[in-house]
Design a protein around this ligand. Structure first.
Ligand code: FAD
Ligand code: UDP
Length: 370
C-alpha cells in the first residue's frame, strides 16, 4: 500500500499535519528518528512533575485559530511566564519593564526610566541597528545591556553581540508599565498533562514508527509516498552539499532535589558571563505543582556540529544566504514539502509552527473542517 503522506518527524508540525491528513481520510504514516514522539516539546514525568526534556516550553499565541486548534488536544492552565534574571546576586524582573527599571535605578515613574534610557543611548544611538548590540542599546540603554543582555546572549549564541542579528533581541518586549508577563500574547498557558500527551492525542489513530531515520531509507519512502512532509534539518536532507547550516545546540543537566521549592519561579536566567549555564528551570512551577520534591534543569548552550541536536537556527546573513541555496534545491522537488523549525530553518515558536502547519494543510486541502 502506498501513502498519501509520509511525514518525517513527530514534532508539533508533523503531528499537526498527520492529524489533519488522517481526519481528511488520507493514508499517512509518521517516521520519527528519536525513541519518542513530540520532538522538542517532549515532556516526561519525574516525581509526578512534567519535565521539559529539551528546554522549557510555554505556549503563547495571538492567533485565535491556533489557540482553538491546540485546545482540542488537552487542557491548558493559566500559567503566565515571568522569568527572573539573576546578575551578581541581584534579581531583576523580565521582560524589561517598570519593575526592572525600579530594581536597576530606583526610578518609580515611566518618565524617569525613559530619561535614563534616553541619556544612556544618546551617544550610541544608531538609526538602523545592524547587530544585536546596537539594537539592544537603542532599546534599553547601556546598563541593562551590560547586566542583563550581553553576558546571557554571548553565552547563548557563543559569539559577540556585535556579530549577531538584531532580530534576536526584538523578541523581548520593553514596557513602561509594571508588567512581568514575558509574552505579548493574548493566549498563554501550559498543557496540564504535559506536551507529550497533547501530541499523543494529535497522533491518535495515526501509524507512527519510532527510531526510524527517513534519510537512511529515503528512496524506499519516496517510492511509497505521494507527498513527503519533511520536518528535519533542510541541509541534512541534501547531505550538506553546500556545507552545513549553523545551529546552536544545548546541554541539559537535570536533577531531582529533596526540597519542595528550590528557586520560587519556573525560570531564572543567569545573565553574567562567568556562570556557565544560561538558566535554571524548576519544572513544577509551570503547573503549580505541590509535590514534596522538585526537579530542576540547568541549561548550557554549546557549539553545534553535524550529529548534535540542532536546537536554534543561527539566522545571520551568511546562514540565510546558505539557506536560500538549499531552499532553491527544495523547490526543485515538489514531492517533498519542507516544514517546521528545521525544515524552514526559522526560529519559530510553537504557535508559528502550528500556524504554518495549518496554512500548509489548507494548501493541501486537508483542513476544511478546522
Ligand atoms: P521539532 O520539535 O524539532 O520536530 C522535528 C522532529 O523531526 C524531531 O522529533 C526529530 O527527531 C525528527 N527528525 C528529524 N530528522 C529526522 C529524520 N531524518 N527522520 C525521522 N525523524 C526526523 N516555542 C514556544 O512557543 N515557546 C517556548 O517557550 C519555546 N521554548 C523553546 C526552548 C528551547 C530550548 C527550544 C530549542 C525551542 C523552544 N521553542 C519554544 C520552539 C519550539 O521548540 C519549536 O517551535 C517547535 O518544537 C518546533 O516543532 P517542529 O515540529 O518544527 O520541530
Ligand atoms: N535575552 C537576554 N537576557 C535574558 C533573556 C533573553 O539577553 O535574560 C536575549 C538573548 O539574546 C536571547 C533572546 O533574548 O537569545 C531571546 O530570549 P528568549 O528567552 O525569549 O528565547 P528562547 O531561548 O526561550 O527561545
Amino acid at each position: 500500500m502506498n501513502y498519501d503522506f509520509v511525514i518525517v518527524g513527530a514534532g508539533l508540525y508533523g503531528a499537526a499535519i498527520a492529524h489533519l491528513a488522517k481526519k481528511a481520510g488520507k493514508r499517512c504514516i509518521v517516521l520519527e528518528k528519536r525513541a519518542h514522539i513530540a520532538g522538542n516539546i517532549y515532556t516526561e514525568t519525574i516525581e509526578g512533575i512534567p519535565v521539559h526534556r529539551y528546554g522549557a516550553h510555554i505556549f503563547h499565541t495571538n492567533y485565535r485559530r491556533v489557540w482553538d486548534f491546540i485546545q482540542q488536544f488537552g487542557e491548558f492552565n493559566n500559567y503566565i511566564n515571568s522569568p527572573i534574571a539573576l546578575y551578581q546576586g541581584k534579581l531583576y524582573n523580565l521582560p524589561f519593564n517598570m519593575n526592572t527599571f525600579y530594581q536597576m535605578w530606583g526610578v518609580t515613574k515611566p518618565s524617569e526610566a525613559m530619561a535614563i534610557i534616553e541619556e544612556q543611548r544618546r551617544t550610541h544611538y544608531v538609526p538602523e541597528p545592524r547587530n544585536l548590540e546596537e539594537q539592544a542599546i537603542n532599546l534599553v540603554g547601556t546598563d541593562i545591556y551590560e547586566r542583563l543582555i550581553k553576558g546571557y546572549t554571548e553565552k547563548q549564541w557563543g559569539r559577540p553581540c556585535r556579530e549577531l542579528p538584531p532580530e534576536i533581541i526584538r523578541r523581548l518586549p520593553v514596557r513602561f508599565i509594571f508588567d512581568n508577563n514575558y509574552f505579548n500574547a493574548r493566549y498563554q498557558g501550559i498543557p496540564v498533562q504535559g506536551y507529550t500527551s497533547l501530541v499523543a492525542n494529535m497522533l491518535e489513530g495515526v501509524e507512527v514508527l519510532l527510531e526510524k531515520d527517513f534519510l537512511t531509507e529515503r528512496d524506499y519512502w519516496l517510492s511509497r509516498a505521494d507527498r513527503v512532509i519533511y520536518t528535519g534539518p533542510i541541509d541534512a536532507y541534501f547531505n550538506y552539499q553546500y556545507g552545513p547550516l549553523e545551529y546552536r545546540s544545548l546541554r541539559f543537566e537535570t536533577e531531582v532535589l529533596d526540597t519542595d521549592n528550590f528557586q520560587g519561579n519556573a525560570v531564572v536566567n543567569y545573565t553574567e558571563r562567568e556562570i556557565p549555564y544560561t538558566r535554571i528551570i524548576e519544572h513544577k512551577h509551570f503547573v503549580f505543582g505541590q509535590q514534596p520534591k522538585t526537579v530542576i534543569t540547568r541549561e548550557y548552550s554549546k557549539t553545534w556540529k553535524v550529529g548534535d541536536e540542532p536546537y536554534y537556527p543561527v539566522g545571520n546573513g551568511p546562514n540565510q544566504a546558505l539557506y536560500e541555496k538549499y531552499r532553491s534545491l527544495a523547490e526543485g522537488i515538489p514531492q517533498v514539502i519542507f516544514g517546521g523549525r528545521l525544515g524552514e530553518y526559522k526560529y519559530y515558536d510553537m504557535d508559528q509552527v502550528l500556524a504554518q502547519a495549518l496554512t500548509r494543510a489548507e494548501m493541501l486541502e486537508l483542513n476544511s473542517q478546522v
